[in-house]
Design a protein around this ligand. Structure first.
Ligand SMILES: [Zn+2]
Length: 390
């Protein structure tokens, strides 16, 4: 089994993907035509040619311009389903999607339109691929905390449809503590909390995200390596980091993948995961991130299994949903290593029993892991969604 096949065979969760960042130029132009929206580029080729970023802000300027093509619930549904189709091909069994309501409400698109469309895409992905999902509403950190509270107020009637909140957009000079009261309120409401920190910002922003926002995961967090005490703390507390290697190269956080500190973080004992961030803009979905990082940093198959398993453990699903995936991750790794070691009988046994195990586990996974909803009420919420009462 070659590296690509092995990576695809590993059941994994994607925990850091902005759904608006999966908008490929072809779909952007199709949606712009459908909605009679003007784009700043003349063609798909010209759009791709503009993807030469020098930092996070240069990317965000394009990202917000492209998002203007998204108008109707059908657009958001099509976008989500297109992402899930790619994610399924990459071996993703569960995805926690970031979305930026303020990017859309500022253009007059109601939050309910965004949620309706994304939920529809999530549900179609569950039925078609067996992929489960969660929605994480991100606040734009270049806006004010008051504007974040206004967005939260708009989301209140739909709170059971949102699983958690995050913090994204420009990091420089936008410390997490700026949103202390907003995140405290979100925690009171029972929402999971995560935040981008330590991508371009200093290690102090990671510490603020942990101590002030009290996040459960750090998105990016690669600058933790600049602070040995923080590195030791993250290893001790096993706070997951959702690292996005290809994004970091495209946005010049590291010059090359060979210079990326992912292996350093992993060797220091941190719970690191690999994700795609904004794959339409950064040149690769999750499997490409795994494969290219493995090649550049000489990650072993055992390392890759550990990373995939980290992603499942760091997800916001319950143990009942997680366990079958973790089992399949171990099975995929064992099968791969078994072939390499020439364990003929082990492989034969697995070949004979794998279809039956997959059938049993897939049936159990689809039955116990709903794709949308919130926390403890997921099953009830899903039933309500199906009944059209949520
Ligand atoms: Zn991100």
């Amino acid at each position: 089994m070659d590296l690509e096949d092995y990576v695809h065979s590993l059941p994994k969760a994607e925990l850091h993907v902005h759904i608006e960042g999966t908008l490929e130029p072809e779909m952007m132009f199709a949606l712009a035509r459908r909605n009679a929206v003007a784009l700043p580029w003349a063609s798909v080729e010209a759009t791709r040619a503009a993807y030469a970023f020098t930092d996070l802000q240069s990317f965000l300027d394009l990202y917000y311009a492209g998002a203007a093509a998204l108008v109707t619930a059908q657009d958001f549904s099509d976008l989500a389903l297109a992402y899930f189709t790619r994610a399924h091909a990459d071996g993703v069994v569960h995805a926690e999607l970031f979305f930026d309501p303020q990017t859309h409400t500022a253009r007059g698109i109601p939050l309910a339109t965004v949620l309706d469309g994304l939920e529809q895409g999530c549900e179609q992905a569950r039925v078609r691929f067996g992929i489960t999902s969660r929605l994480i509403m991100c606040f734009l950190r270049h806006l004010s905390e008051a504007e974040g509270f206004a967005t939260l107020a708009e989301a209140m009637p739909a709170l059971t449809r949102i699983h958690g909140v995050g913090l994204d957009s420009s990091e420089r000079d936008q410390p997490p503590a700026k949103f202390a009261r907003l995140f405290a309120r979100c925690r009171e409401l029972g929402l999971h909390v995560v935040a981008h920190a330590g991508e371009e910002g200093p290690p102090a922003y990671i510490i603020e995200a942990l101590d002030v926002l009290r996040v459960e995961r750090i998105d990016h967090g690669v600058r933790a390596a600049d602070d040995p005490a923080l590195l030791a703390r993250l290893a001790r507390e096993q706070t997951p980091l959702t690292v996005c290697p290809l994004s970091n190269i495209k946005l010049c956080v590291f010059r090359t993948l060979a210079e990326h500190n992912f292996k350093q973080l992993m060797d220091a004992g941190l719970k690191v995961t690999i994700n795609s961030d904004d794959p339409a803009y950064f040149g690769g979905y999750i499997a490409a991130n795994y494969v290219e990082t493995a090649r550049a940093l000489n990650l072993t198959r055992v390392d890759l299994k550990r990373i995939a398993r980290n992603s499942l453990e760091a997800s916001f699903v319950d143990d009942e949903a997680r366990e079958p995936w973790c089992f399949l991750t171990c099975l995929a790794a064992f099968f791969s290593l078994g072939v390499i070691a020439g364990c003929f009988f082990s492989s034969l046994l697995l070949c004979l029993t794998l279809p039956m195990i997959l059938l049993l586990v897939n049936t159990r996974t689809c039955a116990c892991a709903p794709s949308i909803g919130s926390r403890a009420q997921d099953s009830r919420d899903l039933a309500q969604v199906r009944a059209g009462t949520l």
